[in-house]
Ligand binder design. Structure first.
Ligand code: HEM
Length: 517
């Protein structure tokens, strides 16, 4: 039997019937009646075919999850649906998080599409490695992040903080133009410039000079690639639905930009490796930066090293830049906190204008309010809103069966402000919670899984100590020198960003340099 006596029509008809049947099964029947996850509490709303996809598309990464953690009664896991009702399991309780991040860490791996997607820019290094390969890389790189080593980096953090503060002071003294009064600076770009320089000097022994030169190629490349453009977001989301080879073949500008960026970043990494190798061959004093440690471990080929450097360049600067931007935003919104912080900094640290002055880890650790403010910024606005895992095999979480390939969502942003974990004032910016006996490291929360900014366990942020030290120095320099006010009093925050969150459209802040420090 054939349709219209044509093999072609018959094939099309059979294909259409099969496709409809399989779509009905996977989009409607399976998630509604058969999925072993269907009994897990889920948020209301969502469309019949696309689940909560449109809400997720509309809002910044981590925002819907932030609402669901507060609103959906649950025992540690929530289920929601992505495009075509593809199921997601969101972890909310310390027990569930401990299971996925620590006890069964290598059973819940980074999803393949994430690896293939961001790997072009982040490199296939430690961030995306799995299992024994990840363990080996982490062991080889750890010495560069030991406290003993990070302690020695404070002079780099402080002198770059001084350089950027001086450059900003100069910028606000330049003549005004019609469009922009001189005293207003867009903070997130300054934050990215200085953190890129810091990872260059402290991580690889190379100053990219982005603080002095905003046209620096590497800085511009990252700026472009991390930009919050609509097409970037749409392509990113489509990556979860359509095959990557198809998306990459689309003739859209974004694909070209990503390829160009990948080339520039790879070339920069490669040049740095060659320069460092020559230095080592000449038996010059060996450095303890990340690159030297990786080279000396002998555990990486040149190609591996390029990938590791790409990882550290990206993971190590946009995250801290995001935190610094949020710190300025929150200090503007809380002038009392800003004043109190400035007083502590000015009485406890040498002036940022003094080129001979240095600060040590002890000097910074002696300032409880600075540490409280930094921790509270990192809690309220975790730069990484959410991250993903996939079940490598059939598994369980909190005794609940989780089929192979289920996507698991960990949202530091949501967990960090969960009322269940932090109390009714969880959403408020209140550095006070980090002050008082036993609170400096906990913020008063019962479990350390309540603070997920750097995650926990074998895949937690390897650069946590580095980032916190760098962040504290930068906040101290800016809050010590400048009085900061939002350019527009009626500014309404809109959160944007891709992998890391930032105020949409940048953050314009009026700076007044305060004499006497
Ligand atoms: C405030 C600043 C930072 C934040 C909030 C942050 C956050 C994170 C998070 C959430 C992860 C885990 C991602 C995942 O597994 O899904 C991570 C991993 C990582 N971070 Fe950071 N990070 C920061 C700064 C840095 C810095 C300064 C460096 C390097 C100097 C760095 C290097 C890395 C690396 C290499 C990994 C992968 C670790 C592994 O998989 O073993 N990060 N970071």
């Amino acid at each position: 039997y054939t349709i219209r006596h044509s093999a072609v029509w018959t094939t099309i008809a059979i294909y259409t019937v099969l496709l409809s049947a399989s779509s009905t099964w996977s989009i409607v029947l399976y998630p509604t009646f058969f999925s072993p996850l269907r009994d897990i509490p889920k948020p209301s709303g969502g469309s019949i075919f696309m689940g909560h996809f449109f809400k997720i598309m509309r809002e910044p990464a981590g925002e819907p999850q932030r609402q669901w953690v507060q609103e959906v009664p649950n025992d540690g896991i929530i289920r929601y649906q992505f495009a075509f009702n593809d199921e997601r399991v969101l972890l909310t309780s310390p027990k569930a998080l401990a299971e996925v991040l620590v006890t069964k860490n290598y059973e819940f791996i980074k999803p393949k599409r994430l690896r293939e997607g961001i790997g072009q820019i982040l490199g296939i290094g430690i961030l995306l490695a799995e299992g024994d390969e990840h363990k080996r890389q982490r062991k080889n790189l750890m010495p560069a992040f030991s406290f003993r080593h990070v302690k020695d980096l404070y002079p780099v953090f402080w002198s770059k903080s001084r350089e950027v503060t001086e450059a900003m002071t100069k910028a606000i003294q330049e003549p005004s133009t019609d469009e922009k009064p001189n005293s207003v600076l867009e903070i997130s770009t300054w934050a990215s410039r200085v953190t890129l320089d810091i990872i260059g000097v402290a991580g690889m022994g190379q100053d990219f000079n982005a603080v002095q030169d905003p046209n620096n190629e590497l800085y511009q490349t990252y700026r472009n690639i991390f930009s919050q453009s609509g097409s970037a977001r749409v392509l990113g989301m489509l990556g979860f639905i359509l095959p990557l080879w198809f998306l990459r073949a689309l003739p859209v500008k974004r694909n070209q930009e990503v390829m160009e960026a990948s080339k520039v970043i790879k070339r920069t990494a490669y040049d740095m490796i060659q320069a460092k190798k020559q230095k080592l061959e000449k038996a010059e004093r060996t450095d303890v930066d990340i690159l030297s440690v990786a080279l000396e471990s002998g555990g990486f080929t040149d190609e591996d090293l390029v990938n590791q450097l790409m990882t550290f360049l990206a993971a190590g600067h946009e995250t801290t830049a995001s935190s610094l931007t949020w710190a300025v935003y929150l200090l503007c919104r809380h002038p009392d906190v800003q004043r109190r912080l400035r007083e502590e900094i000015r009485s406890g640290l040498p002036s940022i204008s003094d080129p001979a002055a240095q600060v040590s880890s002890t000097d910074i650790d002696r300032l409880p309010y600075l540490n409280a403010v930094c921790n509270e910024v990192l809690r309220v606005f975790s730069p990484v809103g959410l991250t993903l895992r996939a079940a490598a095999n059939d598994s369980t979480i909190l005794g609940h069966f989780i089929p192979k390939d289920t996507t698991i969502i960990i949202s530091p942003w949501a967990v960090n402000v969960s009322k269940e974990l932090w109390g009714d004032d969880a959403l408020e910016f209140n550095p006070e919670r980090w002050l008082g006996p036993g609170r400096a490291n906990t913020g008063g929360a019962d479990s350390n899984y309540s603070f997920l900014t750097f995650l926990h366990g074998p895949r937690s942020c390897i650069g946590q100590g580095f980032a916190k030290a760098e962040f504290a120095c930068l906040v101290a320099a800016w809050a010590g020198r400048f009085e900061m006010q939002l350019e527009k009093e009626d500014y309404v925050l809109e959160i944007g960003g891709g992998i890391t969150s930032k105020p949409k459209g940048g953050l314009n802040v009026r700076l007044t340099a305060i004499e006497g420090w």
